[in-house]
Design a protein around this ligand. Structure first.
Ligand code: AMP
Ligand code: ZN
Length: 472
């Protein structure tokens, strides 16, 4: 390991802990993945910017990493507990489409989101539906001692494991008060291991099991896939803060039942806080919701969204607003501009301290807002040189802003409803420069007004060297 000790906040102990890998030759991380019944909203993507920052930090520290992000293509109900419809089945019915085609389409879209956000492709992206046989085996193993059968499936008795809900802590009761009652459940917290298809109903996705034809409960897939790909004991399990209350306590209970011991599976449980949108546009139930594609339509580069996430600590709530996003895009442009200028310099400058400061920030429970300011301080230093460029690009191994590749031209994203093209804008700006050179200011102003009417803001003397931007 290099640099400062890595300290991470563990939701299980509610304390910041120095991270010591179980096996320094292979750090193992599991992140709860998306439910692929629709596009990811930008809030979901905050969860993966967080896990990517964690993954990049582990590698920055010099540890090899195995990272698993599962794809939930079955079992997730409209409520995180056992109520409501299966999200996948409901989407297939509503769209009149084949459920497998829906799963494939949104899985591909999710992978494209990861690529657009410069998220390092996880080592494994396993599908839940590829592991149903293993989920049934798991159920068979724990059924006698830990489960009971009701007409609608096999349920886990949460009183059979030690310390159920330790992860959820004080929030426990509040979360479970929201769980809709299922007739016959022994405790409100009990959850489905297997849900039998009700008589007279057909599902597009169903399998035979000792508890009837049906589908696995959602929580089971993560226990099965994390153990399969990472082993019985692994380092870190991540998810959004909502998973701290129901999904992760249930995974822990299943793990304990399976090993017949008190082991929780992962040593560290980490949770990102939510991206919130006061306008209510983010929620998928609001109809039109905020996807990465919508941000691009409005003229924002996906990496501006990544930087916006880094502006907040992952355990703080982050408010989405177009102003925040615009501010993040300006910060990104500045960094890209600095890299472009640094490339043109050959002088060497001192940069010894900034990398250490950056390391200290990121090692302190992934303090990205502070790490970002160290990168910016380095970028805005006066005596540019190769060392600074090296250091900045080294920091970008953690920030993931792709500073070695993107250019200011890449960042000039065209809003979907813009009608004027870049060549026309450049031609008119040339005309305007000629008018100014000839001191024909009325003509110069007229051209600027024409451009403004077409949604182009002319930026004279912009410190970043941008002549114009689209304002639509
Ligand atoms: P889902 O596709 O619903 O299974 O969620 C995928 C991931 O996104 C999970 O880790 C959730 O906890 C997380 N998540 C959901 N909503 C938000 C949000 N608004 N902000 C941050 N993370 C979220
Ligand atoms: Zn999960």
């Amino acid at each position: 390991m290099t640099g400062a000790p890595l300290v991470l906040y563990n939701s299980l102990t509610r304390a910041a802990e120095t991270f010591r890998p179980l096996d320094p030759a292979n750090v193992r991380v599991y992140s709860c993945g998306p439910t692929v019944y629709n596009y990811a909203h930008v809030g979901n993507l905050r969860a993966y910017v967080f896990t990517d920052t964690l993954a990049r930090t582990i590698r920055w520290k010099g540890w090899p990493l195995t990272h698993v992000v599962n794809i939930t293509d079955v079992g997730h109900l409209t409520s995180d507990a056992d109520a409501g419809d299966d999200k996948m089945e409901a989407a297939a019915r509503a769209q009149g489409r084949d459920i497998w085609a829906i799963a494939r389409h949104y899985t591909d879209a999710f992978k494209q989101n990861l690529a657009d956000l410069n998220i390092v492709t996880p080592t494994h992206l396993p599908l839940a539906t590829d592991h149903v046989a293993e989920m049934i085996e798991w159920g068979v193993r724990i059924a006698d001692k830990h489960c009971y059968q009701l007409a609608d499936g096999l349920y886990f008795d949460t009183s059979t494991v030690p310390d159920y809900g330790r992860l959820a802590g004080a929030a426990d009761d509040a979360a479970h008060a929201r769980i809709d009652a299922v007739a016959g459940k022994r405790h409100p917290q009990d959850f489905a291991i297997w849900r039998a298809t009700p008589p007279g109903e057909t599902r597009q996705m169903e399998w035979d099991s000792p508890w009837g034809r049906g589908a696995p409960g959602w929580h089971l897939e993560c226990s099965v896939m994390s153990r399969k790909y990472l082993g019985a004991a692994f380092d870190i399990h991540t998810g959004g803060i909502d998973h701290r209350e129901i999904h992760h306590p249930n995974e822990i209970a299943q793990n304990q039942a399976y090993c017949d011991c008190a082991d929780t599976g992962a040593t560290l449980w980490m949770h990102n806080n939510f991206l919130v949108d006061r306008t209510g546009k983010m929620s998928k139930s609001s109809g039109e919701f905020l996807t990465l594609a919508r941000l691009v339509d409005r003229g924002f580069h996906p990496l501006a969204y990544r930087l916006m996430c880094l502006q907040a600590h992952y355990r703080s709530e982050l408010e989405f607003s177009w102003e925040n996003l615009a501010a993040a895009q300006v910060r990104l442009k500045r960094l890209v501009h600095a890299v472009e200028r640094l490339r043109q310099q050959s002088a060497r400058g001192a940069q010894i301290h900034s990398l250490d400061q950056f390391d200290l920030a990121i090692s302190n429970d992934l303090n990205t807002p502070l790490a970002l300011t160290h990168a910016e301080a380095l970028a805005s230093g006066r005596d540019f040189g190769a060392d600074r460029l090296d250091a900045l690009l080294k920091m970008d191994e953690v920030l993931g802003l792709d500073l070695s590749t993107i250019t200011r031209a890449t960042l000039r994203v065209r809003p979907a409803d813009a009608t004027i093209d870049a060549n026309t804008i450049e031609a008119r700006l040339t005309e305007r420069r000629e008018a100014r050179a000839a001191k024909d200011f009325p003509r110069s102003d007229a051209i600027r007004d024409d451009l403004a009417a077409a949604g182009v803001e002319v930026m004279d003397g912009d410190p970043l060297g941008w002549d114009w931007k689209l304002t639509i």
